[in-house]
Design a protein around this ligand. Structure first.
Ligand SMILES: C[S@@+](CC[C@H](N)C(=O)[O-])C[C@H]1O[C@@H](n2cnc3c(N)ncnc32)[C@H](O)[C@@H]1O
Length: 288
C-alpha cells in the first residue's frame, strides 16, 4: 500500500482542524506560523511548497510543537521569540511576552524625547524591562540615549542583555537587577514602566496561555492591581530632572485610580493617551 503523503498543505489542514476542535482562536494562522518556523521559511514559503511532503523528522518535530500548543503554551515560547516594534526578541518562560499595546508607550516616549528642553545626553530609566523590548526599541530609535533598565528577575534581565547585544545596543543600556529604582543612577529625563498591574485575584481567570505559562510576578499588581503605580509614583520625583516625564502603561479601567495616585504624590499635569481600541493605555506626567 502506498504510504500516505503528508504534504505541507495536508499537514496544515489537519492541524488547523485540530486547533479548531481544541478551541484555539487563530487555528490556521498558528498552524502556519509554527510550520513556517520549523521549515525555516516565511508563510509565503509555505504556500509555494504546498505539495512538498514533510520528512519524518519534520513531522515528528511538528507533532511536538502541536502538542505544546494544544497544552496552551504560547506560540512565542514555542518559537522562542516575539516581534515587538518590528524587532525580534528572544523570549522564554522567564519573561513576559511583550504585547503590541506596549508599543504605545514606546511611541509616547519618542514623542516626548523629541522635545528640545530635555537635556542631552538623554537619560531614560525603564522599570521592569522583562526581555528588554522597550529599552532596546528606544535605544534603536534614539541614537543619543543612555538607558538604565531594571528588573527584579535576574533571569529576565539575562534575556534582556542578550536581546540588547543582538540588536547592537548593549553598550547604551545598563541593566540593573533590583527592586524598582536603581540606587545611584539618578537623574533621568524620562522614566517609563509597564508594571505588573493585574489584581491578584484576577490572575486565575486569565487565559491558560498567560496564567499557566507567563511569570506571575510580571503580572501581579497586588490586591487592587495598583501597588506598583503607587511605588513608582512615590519614587519617581527623586529620579527625574525638573521638566522630566514619567510614563506608565495601565490596564483597562485603571486610568482614574492611577491619576489619583499621581496627584496624591504631587504630580499635576497628567495626560491620558488612548490606544487604537480607545482604551486609556498610557498615562504621562511631568515633574514641575
Ligand atoms: C508587565 S511586565 C513588563 C515587561 C516588559 N517591560 C514589557 O513591557 O513587555 C513587568 C516586569 O516588571 C518586573 N518586576 C516585577 N516586580 C518588580 C520590581 N519590584 N522591581 C523591578 N521589576 C519588577 C517583572 O519581572 C516584569 O519583567
Amino acid at each position: 500500500m502506498a504510504q500516505e503523503r503528508w504534504t505541507v498543505l495536508k499537514v496544515l489542514k489537519w492541524t488547523t482542524e485540530h486547533f479548531q476542535e481544541k478551541g484555539m482562536e487563530n487555528p490556521r494562522l498558528e498552524a502556519e506560523v509554527l510550520l513556517a518556523h520549523l521549515l525555516g521559511v516565511d508563510r509565503v514559503g509555505l504556500y509555494l511548497n504546498y505539495d512538498k511532503p514533510l520528512k519524518e523528522e519534520e513531522r515528528k518535530a511538528y507533532r511536538e510543537m502541536i502538542q505544546r500548543r494544544t497544552a496552551r503554551e504560547p506560540v512565542a515560547y514555542i518559537l522562542g521569540y516575539k516581534e515587538f516594534w518590528s524587532l525580534r526578541f528572544k523570549v522564554g518562560p522567564e519573561c513576559l511576552i511583550p504585547r503590541p499595546e506596549t508599543e504605545h508607550l514606546v511611541e509616547e516616549t519618542l514623542r516626548l524625547a523629541a522635545q528640545e528642553h530635555l537635556s542631552l545626553p538623554l537619560r531614560i530609566l525603564e522599570i521592569g524591562t522583562g526581555c528588554g523590548a522597550m529599552a532596546v526599541a528606544l535605544a534603536k530609535e534614539l541614537k543619543e540615549a543612555h538607558i538604565v533598565a531594571t528588573d527584579i528577575s535576574p533571569h529576565a534581565l539575562s534575556l534582556a542583555k542578550e536581546n540588547a547585544q543582538a540588536h547592537g545596543v548593549g553598550e547604551r543600556i545598563k541593566f540593573v537587577q533590583g527592586d524598582l529604582f536603581p540606587p545611584g543612577e539618578a537623574p533621568f529625563c524620562l522614566i517609563i514602566s509597564n508594571p505588573p498591574y493585574i489584581i491578584t485575584e484576577d490572575l486565575f481567570q486569565l487565559a491558560p496561555e498567560v496564567k499557566d505559562y507567563e511569570p506571575l510576578d510580571a503580572l501581579d499588581g497586588g490586591g487592587n492591581g495598583l501597588r506598583f503605580f503607587r511605588e513608582i509614583a512615590q519614587g519617581s520625583s527623586g529620579y527625574l530632572i525638573k521638566g522630566g516625564w514619567l510614563l506608565l502603561e495601565m490596564g483597562e479601567g485603571q486610568a482614574p485610580k492611577v491619576t489619583n495616585i499621581l496627584e496624591e504624590v504631587g504630580f499635576t499635569h497628567i495626560e491620558l493617551v488612548p490606544d487604537y481600541a480607545g482604551v486609556k493605555r498610557v498615562i504621562r506626567t511631568q515633574r514641575e
